[in-house]
Design a protein around this ligand. Sequence first.
Ligand SMILES: [Zn+2]
Length: 280
Amino acid sequence: MVLKELERIRCAFFWGIQEGEKKIHWVKWNNVLASFAKGGLGIGSLKGFNYSLILKWLWRFNMNQGGIWVKVVKAIHGMHGGLHGESDYKRGIWFNMVKMYLSAQSSGMITKYPIRFNVGNGTKYKWNNGIWMWHWKHISLRGRSESLLYELSQMLESVPLLNQDDKHYWAVCQNGDFSVSETRNSIDNAILPSLHPGTRWNKTLPKKVNIFLWRLAIDRLPTRLNLVSRGVDIGNIGCSICNHGVEDNHHIFFRACWLRKFGEKLVCGQVSISTDSPLG
Ligand SMILES: [Zn+2]
């Protein structure tokens, strides 16, 4: 699959891996792609991006009812363009896009019925001179269905119309307008895994430092303990600086043994600190 191959290339680039070279991927690629809130680096997946662009077409299909291309799609796939899975013509690019949309809904990647509408003053969609316009699957109503319909119309009587236009909205995005990036983030949040804790990104620090701190927080730095637990044969897991205790995150960064070692060497005169100004 093309997407998989592209993600593989992006992943290799991220870890600085040359073609044919083997290196440890310290964090699963999907975890790297995830948002800060999910403990990733917020890169975003290509799958989410691809879906988001496809969904944009379906959104435009809804918003652009007068468009010639929309009429063509309707002529082939029916009134709703097959968006309810009703198209008889099961071929072509449009059908494949709709299929992805339907599968995204059933897998929970996006909310059910992302295209919804707000009734405002009722002029555009369902109301015609104050009468609700129904679309029926079954034309004749009898018995129970008839009384249910009566109840429903009684309830609708009391719904006040608003002094604003009826409009479609995209339920995935906050303000109801379609946004590729917001839709993509929403899909990514549904499909990407999460790590604990959430990522803290400091904009004033260089990227490299942020990524280092991120790897420190989730314990994915190449300490001896981590190397051995990933099957790298390095003999022992003792600290390479002080040789007291296991070399793990905590030991290196919080016991600060390298600082102590440096102090010892300083006292023994093995290293000296120049007091000259570096500028001469
Ligand atoms: Zn140590």
